[in-house]
Each structure stands twice: as structure tokens, then as C-alpha cells.
Design a protein around this ligand. Structure first.
Ligand code: Q0N
Length: 287
């Protein structure tokens, strides 16, 4: 960074800096987390893949909802964004039954207050996508909440608007992804409110870090599905007998290379842009 900027927040893999009162700088690193632990080994270019995918989907969905992106920088991993008043909920939509949705369904037959048909299998496609908001609990873990709890946090009008936009964005992007052999099982979106009171899509959007991407090829409900991007890392970690607490293991070169190739493959399939072209000219995903 050339200019002075104060650090606003750190995520597991991203840093947020304030550029001025109206603008933030988001920088996405090459760090990777698995089983909620950031590993000591990085995946080269992973941050560029995530940044390019977000910028691509922001451009593709602009007619559905405005977004916070102001500028994609030449490094391909940093973006200047409008500073918003963030909604205190994570807007999650699920088209398939996985993760905490599957766990909640097994325990109660419901996910975030949505009663689902009986007899669904793990990873099964839902009759229709459902909006399943979450909050960041004290522990730092996401906690699923029902409609009443979310309305308590954002108000009824905002809730309905966020739900409608989240479902519309998911339908559009999941359909596009499936055309390219990738199932978008679920995704997490974050919205903010601009000074005019409009909802604006923020954060990263439709990346493998904020979504479950599954290869459509070989999709088979009844068990957990391999992750499009992180499966080599998970499989390798499972061979170690690691207890999934800090510190995580170093990754060997073949696991790093295979994982990097999968991120780039997802990028190229979804955007139709060669990754080399993105590195030469990040704006190529915004055409
Ligand atoms: C922001 N985070 C990620 C909400 C915050 N455009 C923005 N304007 C203001 N703040 C943020 C953005 C963005 N992107 C986003 N932190 C600050 C963390 N989330 C967690 C859930 O609650």
C-alpha cells in the first residue's frame, strides 16, 4: 500500500483498511483455512482467484443489486470499496442440505424455522432454496437464527428485502455455475446500507471461501460431497490424525499445487477468463 490507511478489521484470510471516511481497502491473502484453522502454508494466488471471482460476480449481478466495489487494483488481490453500515446478519441461502443445515435438519426437521420434507438425505437438493440467516456468536462461530431473531436485529422491511435479494442472487449465480459443471450448494452474502438507505452487496461474493462449490460431475446425495477447492487439503489432513486445533499442519508441495490448480480451474470455468489474462489485466473479469 502506498497511502496511509488504518487497519479496521482482520478476517482469517482478509484484512480491511480504511482509506478515508467513505472508502475501505480489502486485501485478500493466500492463506487457507480448513476445519476452521488457518494453515501455516499458503496457496499461491488464492487471494487473486477469490478477488477476481468476486469482481466478476459483482459485475454480473449489478442489475439485480448495487455492490460496494469501487475499484479492482492492479495487484488483482486488493479492492477499494464503499464504506457501508453493515447489517448485523449474514445472509445465507441453501439450495442443498449440507453443513449446519444438515445437522439442524437431522436434529429438528427444520433449518432456521423452515420446516423441510421428511426423509431428505445429506447433500440432497432442496425443493426450493431457503434463506437461513446467521449471526456471529461470541465464540466467533456462526449461529443460525430464525426469521423472528433476524427481524429483531434488522427490522422486518430490511429482512424481507435482504431475503428477496439473497434468493434472487443465488438462483441466478447457481444457475450460471451449474452450466459450467459447478454446484453452488450454499453461499453467504453480506449487505450494507448506503447513505441513501439502499441495500448494497458487500464483502466477497460467490467465492469458494464464502460458498460450498461441488463438482456437478459425480454429485451423489446420501453422503457429504467433496469440496471443489479444498478436498486435497482435507484428505491430506485426515491422513495425519491431526486433532483440528491450532497449529495446523504444513502442506506438502503436491497438495499445494493440486489445490492451487483447483482454485484456478474454478475461476476459469466460472468467469471464462484465462487466469493468466486476469494477472496481466484484472479488469478482464469486469468486461
Ligand atoms: C465490513 N466486514 C466483514 C458485518 C461485518 N463495505 C463495507 N463497509 C463497511 N464495513 C465492511 C464492509 C465490507 N465488506 C465487512 N467488516 C467490515 C465482517 N462482517 C462480519 C459480519 O458483520
Amino acid at each position: 500500500m502506498s497511502e496511509t490507511a488504518s487497519h479496521v478489521a482482520s478476517g482469517k484470510v482478509r484484512e480491511i483498511y480504511a482509506l478515508d471516511d467513505e472508502r475501505l481497502l480489502l486485501v485478500t491473502s493466500d492463506r487457507i483455512s480448513t476445519f476452521d484453522v488457518v494453515l501455516p502454508t499458503e496457496i499461491p494466488d488464492k487471494g487473486r482467484v477469490l478477488t477476481g471471482l468476486s469482481a466478476f460476480w459483482f459485475a454480473q449481478t449489478e442489475s439485480i443489486v448495487p455492490n460496494h466495489l469501487i475499484a479492482l487494483r492492479e495487484d488483482g488481490r486488493s479492492t477499494e470499496c464503499r464504506r457501508l453500515e453493515m447489517l448485523p446478519i449474514e445472509c445465507v441461502v441453501r439450495g442443498y442440505l449440507a453443513g449446519s443445515g444438515w445437522k439442524d435438519y437431522l436434529a429438528t426437521g427444520e433449518v432456521c424455522g423452515h420446516r423441510l420434507p421428511e426423509g431428505l438425505s445429506e447433500s440432497e437438493r432442496l425443493p426450493e432454496p431457503i434463506f437461513t440467516p446467521a449471526t456471529k456468536a461470541q465464540t466467533g462461530h456462526d449461529e443460525n437464527i430464525d426469521r423472528a431473531a433476524a427481524v429483531e436485529l434488522v427490522g422486518e422491511e430490511r429482512f424481507d428485502e435482504a431475503e428477496r435479494l439473497t434468493l434472487e442472487l443465488y438462483s441466478y449465480v447457481a444457475g450460471r455455475a451449474l452450466e459450467h459443471g459447478i454446484i453452488l450448494a450454499d453461499t453467504k452474502l453480506e449487505f450494507g446500507v448506503d447513505p441513501e438507505g439502499r441495500l448494497v452487496l458487500a464483502d466477497e461474493a460467490f467465492t469458494p471461501d464464502s460458498s460450498r462449490f461441488w463438482p456437478a460431475d459425480g454429485y451423489e446425495p446420501g453422503t457429504s460431497q467433496p469440496s471443489y477447492d479444498k478436498q486435497f487439503v482435507r484428505d491430506y489432513c485426515e491422513t495425519l490424525g491431526w486433532d483440528k486445533t491450532y497449529p495446523g499442519p504444513e502442506l506438502p508441495a503436491d497438495v499445494v499445487d493440486g489445490t492451487r490448480a483447483r482454485y484456478i480451474e474454478a475461476f476459469e470455468r466460472l468467469t471464462g477468463v484465462d487466469f493468466a489474462e486476469y494477472l496481466a489485466d484484472p479488469a478482464s473479469v469486469q468486461a
